[in-house]
Ligand binder design. Structure first.
Ligand code: KG4
Ligand code: ZN
Length: 335
């Protein structure tokens, strides 16, 4: 079954053609990062406008690279939640138009489920159940993946998402948006024990809280500047990265151990972080767990992961109709 999938939840306009969920025939991503960089973060209205301009070209390119036309496609899948509402609406309405014109089924995909599904593309034999840590610009969730389509949240952030904390701390350190990858690079030259940063507590042991950690980085930079002291940015990046990846790893491994999982996965944009990947691989091995993480190109936003999840939604009978809408927020267990 060939699916044409569309993703426009944030600042990437993406389209892909996948076959039977796990085979990627094409995947095209048009990023708007250079434009949002000028403002230090994503400007929602600009994101929507760029999606409007790019979505037809990106979709044409995905069909062309896959060597297919719309009539060869069996269904159209689209991210309808969560994300920037104006950005999601562009993708949803475009997908509805395509499905209506080509008379193909329409499938709605939850963005987080899509991120998790990126693992199925990298590991053709991976099957639920397993426990997944999803860390992206908008989310930090520990999720029980009970089946391809039934997911349950065990813990989540009570304030900033991990990627958001990376980006805000990076901005304070003088790095451009999105800062996660810059912290990852700078940290390689730094001393991860030079500065002491807090590990904020949470009521539920599997929830996360990163806003205090981000604020500690900002305060440290302000205090140094007031005293005329120079901040060793590489070391601050290394300390921040060490702290946030330790929090994510410790809580996730503790949850997997307590809940009896021997199979664990990582997903979302922050899954590209080199230290988080290393830490989880090591801790999984020590605990006799199998660890799965998407290849780097599938960690950030893309439409191949939406096509993959769309396939499993279709098999589960989750097909949308022309009343499909977009939602800025949506719980994982809701269809
Ligand atoms: O999943 P994603 O592409 O978009 C959302 O759904 O939010 O995630 C983007 C986030 C950004 O916050 C970005 O800084 C972060 O992923 N990110 C990283 C790295 N690469 C991307 N964070 C830490 N280390 C990285 N290497
Ligand atoms: Zn994402």
């Amino acid at each position: 079954m060939k699916i044409l999938s569309i993703e426009s939840s944030c600042d990437e306009t993406a389209a892909a053609v996948t076959e039977d969920g796990r085979t990627v025939l094409s995947s095209v991503v048009a990023t708007q990062i250079d434009e949002h960089k000028l403002y230090g973060g994503v400007v929602p209205e600009i994101a929507s406008r760029r999606h409007c301009e790019n979505i037809i070209g990106v979709t044409d390119e995905a069909l062309c690279r896959a060597g297919v036309t719309l009539s060869d496609i069996d269904a159209v899948a689209v991210t309808n939640a969560p994300g920037l509402i104006g950005a999601l609406l562009v993708g949803v309405n475009f997908a509805k138009g395509l499905a209506l014109t080509a008379d193909k089924p329409l499938i709605a995909v939850h963005h987080i489920k899509g991120h998790i599904a990126a693992n199925y593309i990298t590991y053709p034999d991976l099957q639920p159940p397993y426990l997944c840590l999803v860390a992206s610009g908008g989310h930090s969730h520990i999720v029980k993946v009970n089946s391809y389509t039934e997911l349950e949240t065990v813990g989540k952030t009570t304030d900033d998402a991990a990627g958001e904390a990376f980006d805000k701390a990076a901005r304070a350190m003088g790095f451009p948006y999105p800062g996660g990858v810059h912290i990852d690079r700078a940290a390689k030259q730094g001393d991860c024990a030079k500065y002491k940063l807090p590990r904020p507590a949470t009521k539920n042991e599997y929830d996360f809280s990163f806003s205090g950690l981000k604020t500690a980085v900002i305060n440290l930079i302000h205090n140094c500047s007031q005293k005329g002291e120079e901040v060793d940015i590489n070391s601050l990046a290394a300390c921040f990265q060490e702290t946030i990846t330790s929090i994510l790893t410790d809580k996730f491994i503790a949850a997997a151990t307590a809940l009896g999982y021997k199979k664990i996965a990582l997903a979302g944009g922050v899954a590209a972080n080199s230290v988080l990947r290393e830490k989880l691989a090591k801790r999984a091995e020590e605990n006799g767990m199998d660890f799965y993480v998407p290849e780097l190109s599938l960690c950030g936003d893309n439409a191949a992961m939406i096509g993959c999840q769309g396939y499993y939604e279709y098999l589960a009978g989750n097909v949308a109709d022309m009343s499909l809408n977009a939602y800025a927020t949506k719980k994982l267990h809701m269809l």
